[in-house]
Design a protein around this ligand. Structure first.
Ligand code: AMP
Ligand code: GLY
Length: 424
C-alpha cells in the first residue's frame, strides 16, 4: 500500500525509516518531510497543518495509511476529515485529542476519575487567577499553564507571587499564546524525576511501547532551560517492572477506559508525561502523538512491523497484539544549533555528515536540515539525531559519541551525558 507520514522532524524521519522496512509498503510519501526522508520517500511540499490539502492529496494518491507526527493536525481534526473521506489514518480524532489540546479538559478529566496528578485550580479570567494566587492555597514554587497548545512554552514555573502574576498577565492579558490563554491553570509544583510513558491504544486495548528516557534540559547534568529533548535512551533506567505495572494500572488503563466511557475512544499514541514523586507517579500532561526524540531509540529497537500494528489499532483489533523488541539498548543524541532553545541562526554548513552516515550500526535522523547544491545546512533548533543500538548502553553511547566527533557545524552543541545519568 501507499503510506503517508505527516511532519518534518527527527521523529517523522524515524517513523518513515521504520515504515520503509515494511512488507506492506508500495510507496512512501512524507509531507513535508526533510532531507533525511528524501532518500526513502517522496517528499511533498504541503504544510502539515493544511488539513484540506493533506486530505485531498491522500484521496488523490489513494493512500492506504497515513501516520501523523505532530499534535497540531490531530488537535485540528485531521483524523475526522480523513475518516469522513474513507481514508485510513492513525491517531485520535479531534474530541479525543483534546486530552493534549486542552490542559483544562485533561485536568478535569483526571480529577473526575481520580487519576493521580498535581492539585490545581482553573482560572476563567485574570481576576479569577489573581484570586487563586492570593488565596494561599498554593505555596511557591507553583506552576502556571495556558490551557491550549503553546508550542511547549505555555508552562511557567513561578518562584514567587510576582512571577506568577507576570505569568498570568503574559498568558491571559497579553495573550502571548493567543486563544490558548483564554483560560489558565494554577497548579502545585511536583518534585521528582520526570519521565515519559508511551503506549498505543485502539480505544480499549493498550499496547505499550518499550520504555524510554528523554533528556529535556539543554545542558549536561540536567541544567538550563527545557528543550524539546536533547537525547533519549531505551530502555529507561527508571522504570522497573513494578513501576511499569503501577503506571499501567493507576494511569494508563483508567485513562483509556474512562475516555471510552465518556464517548472519546482513544485510538492512537498515548504519551503520558509523568513526575515520579514520593507519593508515586503523577501525570504532568498527556500528548496524543509519538515523542521526539523518544521515537528514534524506540524505532531502532522495534522488531515487529510497525505498519501491522498501526493498522490493528485503526481496525480496533489490538487485542493480544504484542510488539517484539530487540533486547539491545538504544540511544539518540541530538545535535542542536548554537543558542537553542532560545534564538538561533540557521544556514550553517554541516561537515562530515555523509561519512558519518556510512558508519555501520549508526542511524542518523534529520530534524532541522536543508539540502542545497549537494551540501547539508542547518535549518532548525534540533538539527540531527545520531542514533545506535548495541548490546548495552555504554557500547551504544560510545559508538554514538565517536560518530559525533566526525560531524560539525558552526555553533553546534549537544549533551555529552545522554544515558549517563544515574539514579539520584
Ligand atoms: P507540560 O506541557 O504540562 O508537560 O509542561 C512542560 C514541562 O513543565 C514539563 O515537562 C515539566 O518539566 C514542567 N511541569 C509541568 N507541570 C509541572 C508541575 N505540576 N510540577 C513541576 N513541573 C511541571
Ligand atoms: N520529548 C518530549 C516530547 O516529545 O514531548
Amino acid at each position: 500500500m501507499k503510506i503517508l507520514v505527516i511532519g518534518s522532524g527527527g521523529r517523522e524521519h524515524a517513523l518513515a525509516w521504520k515504515i520503509a522496512q515494511s512488507p506492506h509498503l508500495e510507496k512512501l510519501f512524507c509531507v513535508p518531510g526533510n532531507p533525511g526522508t528524501m532518500s526513502i520517500a517522496e517528499n511533498v511540499a504541503i504544510d502539515s497543518s493544511d488539513i484540506k490539502g493533506l486530505t485531498d492529496f491522500a484521496a488523490q494518491e489513494k493512500i492506504g495509511l497515513t501516520v501523523v507526527g505532530p499534535e497540531l493536525p490531530l488537535t485540528m481534526g485531521i483524523v475526522d476529515e480523513f475518516e469522513e473521506r474513507g481514508l485510513k489514518i492513525f491517531g485520535p480524532d479531534k474530541r479525543t485529542a483534546e486530552l493534549e489540546g486542552s490542559k483544562v479538559f485533561a485536568k478535569q478529566f483526571m480529577e473526575r476519575h481520580k487519576i493521580p496528578t498535581a492539585i490545581s485550580k482553573i482560572a476563567e479570567s485574570p481576576e479569577e487567577a489573581a484570586e487563586i494566587l492570593n488565596s494561599g492555597k498554593f505555596s511557591f514554587p507553583l506552576v502556571v499553564k495556558a490551557d491550549g497548545l503553546a508550542a511547549g512554552k505555555g508552562v511557567i514555573i513561578c518562584e514567587n507571587l510576582k512571577e506568577a502574576e507576570k505569568a498570568i498577565h503574559l498568558i491571559m492579558v497579553e495573550r502571548k499564546f493567543g486563544d490558548a490563554g483564554k483560560r489558565a491553570i494554577v497548579e502545585e509544583c511536583l518534585r521528582g524525576k520526570e519521565t515519559s510513558f508511551i503506549v498505543l491504544s485502539d480505544g480499549k486495548e493498550v499496547v505499550p511501547l518499550v520504555t524510554t528516557m528523554d533528556h529535556k534540559p539543554v545542558y549536561e547534568g540536567d541544567k538550563g532551560p527545557n528543550t524539546g529533548g536533547m537525547g533519549a535512551i531505551s530502555p529507561s533506567p527508571f522504570i522497573d517492572e513494578e513501576l511499569f505495572s503501577e503506571i499501567m494500572s493507576s494511569i494508563v488503563l483508567p485513562t483509556v477506559t474512562h475516555m471510552r466511557e465518556e464517548g472519546r475512544k482513544y485510538k492512537g499514541v498515548l504519551y503520558v508525561g509523568l513526575m515520579l514523586t514520593e507519593e508515586g507517579p503523577k501525570v504532568l500532561e498527556y500528548n496524543c502523538r509519538f515523542g521526539d526524540p523518544e521515537t528514534q531509540p524506540q524505532m531502532l529497537r522495534m522488531e515487529s512491523d510497525l505498519v501491522d500494528i498501526l493498522l490493528a489499532i485503526i481496525e480496533e483489533d489490538a487485542q493480544g497484539k504484542e510488539i517484539q523488541w530487540s533486547p539491545k539498548a538504544s540511544g539518540c543524541v541530538v545535535l542542536a544549533s548554537g543558542g537553542y532553545p532560545l534564538a538561533y541562526e540557521k544556514g550553517k554548513r554541516i561537515e562530515g555528515l555523509n561519512q558519518a552516515s556510512e558508519t555501520p550500526g549508526i542511524a542518523i535522523f534529520h530534524a532541522g536540515t536543508k539540502f542545497q547544491d549537494g551540501e547539508y545546512y542547518t535549518n532548525g533548533g534540533r538539527v540531527l539525531g545520531i542514533c545506535a543500538s548495541e548490546e548495552n548502553l555504554s557500547v551504544t553511547m560510545e559508538k554514538i559519541y565517536k560518530t559525533i566527533s566526525g560531524i560539525s557545524f558552526e555553533g553546534m552543541h549537544f549533551r555529552r551525558d545522554i544515558g549517563a545519568l544515574k539514579e539520584e
